[in-house]
Design a binder for this molecule. Sequence first.
Ligand code: ZN
Length: 267
Amino acid sequence: MGVINIIFILTILVLYLLVQGYRRRMKSFTSLWYAGICVAIGGGLLALAVLPNTTFYGPVLYQAPTQEKVVALTFDDGPYPPYTAQVLKVLADKQVQATFFVVGENARALPHLVQEEQQAGHLIGIHSYEHKDMLRLSSGEIAAQLREAKAVVASITGEEPRYFRPPHGFHDWRVMGAAREANLTVVNWSALGKDWTNPGVDTIVNNVMSRVGPGSIILLHDGDSPHKVSKREQTVAALPILIDRLRSEGYSFVTVDHMLSYVGERK
Ligand SMILES: [Zn+2]
């Protein structure tokens, strides 16, 4: 059962309790007390599913447990012309390896960009097939989103993707279960540029720098799925500045699979 189903049941329960209190079949204080507990449980379960850095529903890699000054740059929602190629150019100029979480339908339409990512030595994970909110899908639909995205990427790169970033970072038991079935490690983030709001180049850089630390997984966007309307010029412009700032503070850049190795060391 997904968290949305549980919240639906809790909502019915809250309404039932309030009606019972109103009709004096239950003391109004008691009905309000139990309704409040239901609201708290529903709110808590929802928060644990939508916040990127929670492991309540299963193992999510969002930050590596290390004091080494390493960070992972990750790019979501692509491939998306012309920005994916521009991001690749910056990464090549700066000699940085990154991780791309590609949307399956975009990869199918633009396989040459996925190939360029692979040939440049970047790690490629999946970001579902159509960038739908996984919490609203059935278990079968979630599994299909993962299966189709994996198949597209594998057909382009010749390698099975091993990493999955759920759209918006949303994850509950069903999402985690489907990822486990598909042999995918769920990867979220601990530092974000909020670049999808196009807040300005300096703001993107400062957003990341104010949150970054050893082992941070940094979220940026080379695409704009599912709508495919927003520009990513600010991300492209912020990227070399951000890389230089991080290097000047002693950070080096790794891909997400390297971050996972720290988790193994801790066990
Ligand atoms: Zn996304």
